[in-house]
Design a protein around this ligand. Structure first.
Ligand code: HEC
Length: 325
């Protein structure tokens, strides 16, 4: 008959007890022991000298096993912060984003201002391939505004009947224009570093919005003893502390059309809100649907409870009698 072997917890436990108790027994049997086993033995030999039962020997073996494990993991754990400090990377603080609560929606005015910052500052280096002008309609701009904005761009289209490519004014369905024709050109213009596409950047980095805000506002003089390679800039929030992107935001770099003072932190907050929207445009709709679903299900739940009680009342309240016939 074919038998299959399955490692149940009881089996694993028995195996564990067997192996640990054998380590303790080995010196008695005169086997060669490795230094590791000897140290295990030394740790548990005190108990043996007192003539402990096999049970307490096992528990001692376990104690020594735990001691060694704790030492190894403790050492690794203790050295981790040192490794981190060596990295010279700061963890970004937590910021209270308007849109981060379970019931909160994006700040539309901030998205509009953020788009202005992106268009006037970041778009000279960063593409946003996944966003089309039509996505902005009803979010941050009216249809006319978005159309006018698209028409300002010259878009290559074609081929026409003669097989030639031609340029035409942009349409709502066009995506944001890329600053460079390809990655090589982008690297060449930026000292070899590739400015990443910003469409999903908030989702693509740990700490999302918090990280990008901290990065944009985190430029400062390097501390004593930190050498910055040529063409790089000190920024403690970037991995390794040295980033190829120079500080992009300075007070007054753009003029907001709603009159908000364009300070560095205001622009950073707005552009990050815009980028957060770009990487998750359906967020507001999703949260709204969540609320609707929870409400609908709660109403249905009440009906279900009532129906269940009604249907079961017969069975719950019946009495069965057995009588001699
Ligand atoms: C002069 C060109 C330039 C401008 C302007 C610019 N960037 Fe960058 N950016 C870069 C380059 C180059 C990198 C790649 C840096 C690296 O890998 O060291 C980068 C990287 C980034 C990153 C990714 C950092 C990471 O963790 O990998 C973000 C986010 C970013 N930029 C956001 C922005 C925003 C937002 C703006 C506008 C306010 C902006 N950038 C303006 C050139 C630019």
């Amino acid at each position: 008959m074919k038998t299959t072997w399955r490692p149940t917890w009881a089996l694993i436990h028995r195996l564990y007890v067997k192996t640990t108790s054998r380590i303790v027994h080995q010196p008695k049997l005169g086997f060669q022991t490795s230094p590791f086993q000897t140290s295990l033995f030394v740790l548990s030999s005190a108990e043996q000298e007192q003539g402990g039962s096999s049970k307490s020997r096992q528990s001692h073996a376990f104690a020594s096993f735990a001691t060694v494990a704790a030492t190894v993991f403790g050492t690794i754990y203790m050295t981790c912060p040192i490794l981190k400090a060596d990295d010279e990377t700061l963890e970004p603080p937590k910021y209270p984003w308007n849109h981060s609560g379970p019931l909160s929606s994006f700040d539309a005015a901030a998205i509009r201002r953020g788009h202005q910052v992106y268009k006037n500052v970041c778009a000279s280096c960063h593409s946003m391939e996944s966003i089309a002008y039509r996505n902005l309609v009803g979010v941050a701009y009216t249809e006319e505004e978005a159309k006018a904005m698209a028409e300002e761009e010259e878009v290559e289209d074609g081929p026409n009947e003669e097989g030639e490519m031609f340029t035409r004014p942009g349409r709502l369905s066009d995506h944001f224009p890329a600053p460079y024709p390809n990655d090589e050109a982008a690297r060449y213009a930026n000292n070899g570093a590739l400015p990443p596409d910003l469409s999903y950047i908030v989702k693509a980095r740990h700490h999302g919005e918090d990280y990008i805000f901290a990065l944009l506002t985190g430029y400062r003089d390097p501390p004593e003893g930190v050498n910055i390679r040529e063409g790089l800039n000190y920024n403690p929030y970037f991995v390794g502390g040295q980033i190829a992107m120079a500080r992009a935001l300075y007070d007054g770099a753009v003029e907001f059309d709603d009159g908000t003072p364009a300070t560095t932190s205001q622009m950073a907050k707005d552009v990050v809100t815009f980028l957060a929207w770009a990487s998750d445009p359906k967020q507001d709709e999703r949260k709204k649907m969540g609320v609707q679903a929870i409400f609908t299900l709660s109403v249905l739940y009440i009906f279900a409870l009532y129906t269940k009680r009604l249907r079961w009342s017969l069975y719950k309240s019946r009495r069965i009698e057995f009588r001699d016939m």
